[in-house]
Write a protein that binds this ligand. Structure first.
Ligand code: BTN
Length: 257
């Protein structure tokens, strides 16, 4: 396993062990305020209380994977447009992992999949101030070199399982951060309406099961539907077999895999 290089192109805190890199970075930002530069990244070889979505835990074998969090201060972004941060982070990871496979997709809202298996989870924690986003901490777990999964996670896969070889975790991390930086800078510099539409288009093209009828489950039970679109605020819009539109917020609908 290679150590993190001294020449890493972003401010980096590389830890052997912490409860959660999201929690560590949030505490660091609370202590030092905005002297923690944008895209400062905390990595850990192991997390004792890694946080997942929906209050789940995120488990990963020590020293094998990418477990990291980075900070942004997107005060230019209205809170109602916060989903665009999920889109750019998902796209950055999807594009980087697509160097090794053309079957990498984004499973709404922001899991990264290879075929029907999860290679990466993302947990973005936004701090709002009025109608704007004061701080955003993006936490990402990518299965890189792990070969055996013992946890309860239903369908994990790693990059090594896909490609049959070991990968340099810090090289992948640097590439992902660079891709996030490019998207993020463009979001600030270009015409927001035009650029956010471009992001939405790219995101839509990258989605898991974007074509055809697939099984889903909501509070009323199982059904078959096709994906129509994802709205700017992240709502997921399906058309069921009867031709009716069904619209969902996060956690209101599940894919049946
Ligand atoms: C999910 O449930 O899919 C999201 C998982 C996010 C896990 C990552 S690992 C690094 C960062 N620190 C955490 O505590 N969680 C995120």
């Amino acid at each position: 396993m290679k150590p993190c290089p001294d020449t890493f192109p972003f401010p980096l805190v590389a830890l052997d062990e912490t409860a959660s890199t999201n929690q560590y970075l949030s505490q660091l930002c609370n202590q030092l305020q905005e002297s923690v530069a944008e895209l400062t990244t905390v990595t850990a070889e192991f997390q004792t209380a890694g946080k997942g979505q929906r209050g789940n835990t995120w488990e990963a074998e020590e020293g094998k994977n990418l477990l990291f969090s980075f900070v942004l201060y997107p005060s230019f972004l209205e809170a109602r447009r916060q989903f665009i941060l999920s889109q750019i982070v998902s796209l950055a990871i999807k594009e980087e992992l697509s160097r090794w496979s053309d079957e990498i997709t984004i499973k709404w809202p922001n899991d990264i999949y290879w075929k029907d298996k999860k290679i990466c989870g993302i947990l973005i924690e936004n701090d709002l101030s009025g109608h704007h986003i004061r701080r955003s901490i993006a936490g990402i777990g990518i299965n890189i070199n792990q070969e055996v999964f013992n946890s309860d996670a239903p369908n994990p896969v790693s990059l090594k399982q896909i490609t049959g070889k070991e990968h340099d975790r810090y090289e992948i991390l640097a590439h992902i951060l660079r891709r996030v930086q490019i998207y993020y800078n463009s979001l600030q510099m270009e015409d927001f309406a035009v650029y956010s539409d471009e992001i939405s288009t790219r995101y839509a093209r990258s989605l898991f099961r974007r074509r055809g009828l697939h099984p889903y489950e909501d509070a009323n039970g199982k059904f078959l539907a096709r994906l129509l679109r994802v709205e700017q605020d992240g709502r997921f819009v399906l058309e069921d077999e009867g031709g009716s539109e069904r619209e969902y917020l996060f956690k209101e609908v599940q894919y049946i895999l």
